[in-house]
Design a protein around this ligand. Structure first.
Ligand SMILES: O=c1nc2n(C[C@H](O)[C@H](O)[C@H](O)CO)c3cc(O)ccc3cc-2c(=O)[nH]1
Length: 326
């Protein structure tokens, strides 16, 4: 079975680990979000690609869900001693090596897709990991930073997604989320081919705006998925009207979508999604999602461990089969 998965960071990576366990013989292609990418200290950092690569390759820091296990931060401390930041982004020594190799290869003329393949030669994630595009796309967030005054004023600015997410911890209101460069970007080699050859396309419980939404913003990808003629099944990242992890509710508000399992399904829409899994606590949403033309089932959606993630993957594939034979 050929499975294409659109993935962000932690949620996507953990789901993929479950999927591999559920269907060990499947041929899995992962289209990774690169809107979170950031240039720091002259290096290109790809948090979501690395989170998938490290998680499936056995090198992830399990507690954090990002970055390397058994990490040290000497380089970051030395940079800080020179007054060179940012200090708010935790790049460890082992992780730095990945960014150095990536940046060196890009400088030598290799596209990001080829670099990612080379990095995966070491990690052997057991899936084909392709960035959504080789072109530069950076998600920016328009915010108003309060001036602290009683008039409720503040400075409106546009900041990098990582500054909004990591430094500000989404504590200021996001007014708009813009995947800068997406409109001009082309899908990376292999992306459209993988979708065209897929038997099923899955949207893990990743962020619908800044992860999956960014991938779908690359011209051609949404259309290829909608036209593939195979079941497209997603899993809700919202459980009981709150994100399972992260701050997806904050960016959903910025695009005018309420943080409920049903609203996220409607946001993707029946033109794209054929099936949607909601958590059992959201069983009441099933009717609304089905009324929107999307087949819906309520099953446990908390990825408490690898077995739970594998059960979710099996449910997603079962729903895909149901859609296919309907
Ligand atoms: O909350 C944090 N997330 C960090 N993340 C996670 C990441 O910024 C976001 O969670 C994702 O971009 C959202 O998908 C990192 C990921 C990397 O690959 C490398 C370094 C970091 C550093 C941080 C960090 O300092 N704090």
């Amino acid at each position: 079975m050929r499975i294409v998965v659109l993935a962000g960071g932690i949620g996507g990576a953990r789901f993929l680990r479950g999927l591999k366990r559920a269907v060990p013989d499947a041929d899995i292609t992962v289209i990774g979000n690169t809107g979170d990418d950031i240039h720091l200290f002259g290096l290109k950092v790809c948090p979501d690609l690395d989170t998938v690569m490290y998680t499936l390759g056995g090198g992830i820091n399990e507690e954090q869900g990002w970055g390397r296990a058994d990490e040290t931060f000497h380089l970051k401390e030395e940079l800080a001693a020179y007054g060179v930041g940012p200090e708010w982004f935790g790049l460890g020594d082992r992780d730095f090596a990945t960014h150095i190799v990536r940046t060196q290869m890009i400088g030598a003329g290799y596209p990001l897709s080829a670099v990612t393949e080379a990095l995966c030669d070491r990690w052997q994630p057991g899936v084909r990991l392709i960035p959504m595009t080789d072109d530069r796309v950076e998600t920016h967030v328009a915010v108003t930073v309060p001036d602290g005054g009683s008039a409720g004023g503040g400075e409106r600015k546009v900041i990098h997604f990582q500054e909004y997410w990591v430094r500000l911890r989404a504590s200021v209101r996001a007014e708009a989320v813009v995947p800068v460069g997406a409109e001009q970007a082309k899908p990376a080699p292999g992306v459209l081919e993988a979708v065209a050859q897929a038997d099923v396309v899955l949207f893990p419980p990743s962020n619908p705006v800044v992860s999956i939404g960014t991938i779908l913003a690359v011209p051609g990808i949404r259309e290829a998925i909608a036209d593939a003629g195979v079941p497209v099944v997603g899993l809700s990242p919202i459980v009981g009207n709150a994100p399972v992890r992260g701050m997806a509710d904050k960016v959903l508000a910025a695009v005018g979508v309420e943080a409920t399992a049903a609203a996220v399904a409607e946001h993707y829409g029946s033109g794209l999604l054929d099936g949607w899994l909601v958590d059992t606590v959201d069983a009441g949403a099933v009717e609304r999602v089905e009324a929107a033309g999307i087949r819906c089932r309520a099953v446990p959606l908390l990825m408490t461990d690898e077995d739970a993630a594998a059960r979710m993957a099996r449910e997603a594939l079962a729903l895909a089969q149901e859609v296919r034979t309907a």
